[in-house]
Design a protein around this ligand. Structure first.
Ligand SMILES: Cc1ncc(COP(=O)(O)O)c(C=O)c1O
Length: 448
């Protein structure tokens, strides 16, 4: 079999490479050849609408000419020098990040991805504060390296939690649709935040280095923070001299309608972790920006963190080009406008499909939650169900793919997070596909 035809390419992938988060037998990946804008094209000649920016990271869409040109220019000049050397793109990117993040944040350490940014945020918090515990939430994901997977509360940590990194304390979430305190919007008194303060007291505030949370909730169902959530968390953190770390790996770079989601609340964290949209995935890059106080502490104390490929010159130049495109094409503005349009169109879908229990969205980070019954809110398939228990959701995933769309689906959640330069037409096309697939779920609701 020729290795360069569609079948040969797929065979090499399946025979010689390992795929994440899956049993390896029976996989049937989309066989991507090229991609442009919101679309991925396969070797077999099929076109897929990318309704999730791959993994919520290709914020500028695929093959953006300005980013490709900047990469080629840097590629020919300098790809990499060891992190002890200075380079032009490294300095310029550090300066730019200090400009677009809250003003107390001033200095950046560069990584190669999100998990490494989180790992290093935890190390920095511990070194700076001399304390060891980190408060994180159950419905959260912070990456898959050992420290980051321990920090996340998502079930993806379960297979390795026997050897979890010590010092993580998980707390409950502001999941308003299924409030753990059975409150409603009108009776809510931020029990989710009061609970966190109680846990802090139980755990001894003087042992707690940081509270680490996603800037806005991502793959744990985009649960969407209530309006004063970040402000109230910040108050508690300040009271107990605990650092606040916003993990903006997914929610950053315009995804939530601002450079960083925490900026929607006006709160200044002590550190921000970033990756994904920083280069729109044109090359891997992550970053950790720290406050001036933390940066100054390390003027006199050794900063004991490092990575061979930190401050990768080609990555920094790519990020600079991406940031320019975000600005030139007014993508943050477009995210708000398209997000609003998406929300309006979902209201129309809700009238058509009884299986839609909830839709939660910030900017263009959205998630449909499917239920068997709107009154009881029984999930269409159970939270954390095994692939063999996915039932009708497996059929929905197949239908969406057959109709020419890729998006991220987990349990009873369908995520909607297209590239930030998405158009109304693309949104209409994507929702038309989802609507056709939701008929399968409506039938379950009706008992058919
Ligand atoms: C909020 C958040 N933090 C960290 C990560 C880990 O990033 P990476 O996969 O680049 O290590 C992710 C990945 O999805 C994420 O969503």
């Amino acid at each position: 079999m020729a290795e360069s035809n569609a079948e040969g390419i797929l065979k090499n992938n399946l025979q010689y490479t390992l795929f994440s988060w899956s049993k390896q037998a029976g996989l049937n990946p989309i066989n991507a050849e090229r991609a442009e804008g919101c679309y991925v094209y396969t070797h077999e000649g099929k076109k897929y609408l990318d309704f999730c920016s791959q993994l919520f990271n290709v914020n500028l869409g695929h093959s953006h000419p300005k980013v490709l040109a900047a990469m080629k220019k840097q590629l020919e000049k300098l790809c990499y020098v060891y992190p002890g050397m200075a380079t032009e793109p490294r300095g310029l990117l550090g300066k730019k990040l200090a400009e677009i993040t809250p003003k107390n944040l001033t200095k950046t350490f560069f990584t190669l991805g999100g998990a490494e940014a989180v790992e290093n945020a935890i190390k920095v918090a511990r070194m700076y504060s001399g304390r060891h515990k980190i408060i994180t939430r159950y419905r959260s994901y912070h990456g898959a390296t050992m420290g980051a997977i321990s920090a996340g509360g998502d079930p993806r940590r379960h297979p390795v939690d026997q050897n979890a990194m010590p010092g993580i304390v998980h707390v409950e979430d502001p999941y308003c649709y299924r409030c753990p305190w059975t409150k409603t919007i009108s009776s809510c008194d931020y029990e989710c935040v009061k609970h966190i303060e109680r846990v802090i007291l139980f755990e001894n505030p003087e042992n707690i280095a940081a509270i680490l949370m996603e800037g806005e909730s991502g793959t744990s169902g985009c649960i969407k923070y209530p309006p004063e959530y970040w402000q109230r968390i910040k108050k508690i953190a300040e009271k107990h001299r605990i650092l606040l770390i916003s993990d903006e790996v997914m929610s950053g770079f315009g995804r939530c309608g601002n450079w960083f989601a925490i900026q929607n609340s006006g709160v200044e964290p002590d550190m921000i972790c970033m990756a994904k949209g920083i280069t729109s995935a044109y090359i891997p890059l992550g970053a950790l920006i720290v406050s001036n106080e933390i940066a100054e502490f390390f003027n006199e104390h050794t900063m004991n963190i490092g990575l061979t490929q930190s401050a990768y010159a080609l990555g920094c130049a790519t990020a600079l080009a991406c940031l320019q495109v975000y600005e030139e094409e007014k993508l943050i503005e477009n995210t708000w406008n398209m997000g609003k349009y998406l929300e309006d169109q979902i209201e129309v879908l809700k009238r058509r499909h009884i299986c839609i229990g909830d839709f939660r969205n910030t900017g263009l980070l959205g998630c449909l939650e499917l239920v068997k019954n709107r009154e009881t809110k029984e999930p269409l398939v159970p939270w954390n169900c095994k692939p063999s228990e996915m039932g009708v959701m497996a059929k929905i995933i197949k239908k969406i793919r057959d109709l020419g769309m890729y998006t991220f689906v987990k349990w009873n959640w369908i995520f909607i997070a297209p590239p930030l330069n998405v158009t109304k037409d693309d949104i209409d096309n994507g929702l038309a596909i989802i609507s056709k697939a939701l008929i399968l779920a409506d039938d379950v609701c009706k008992g058919e």
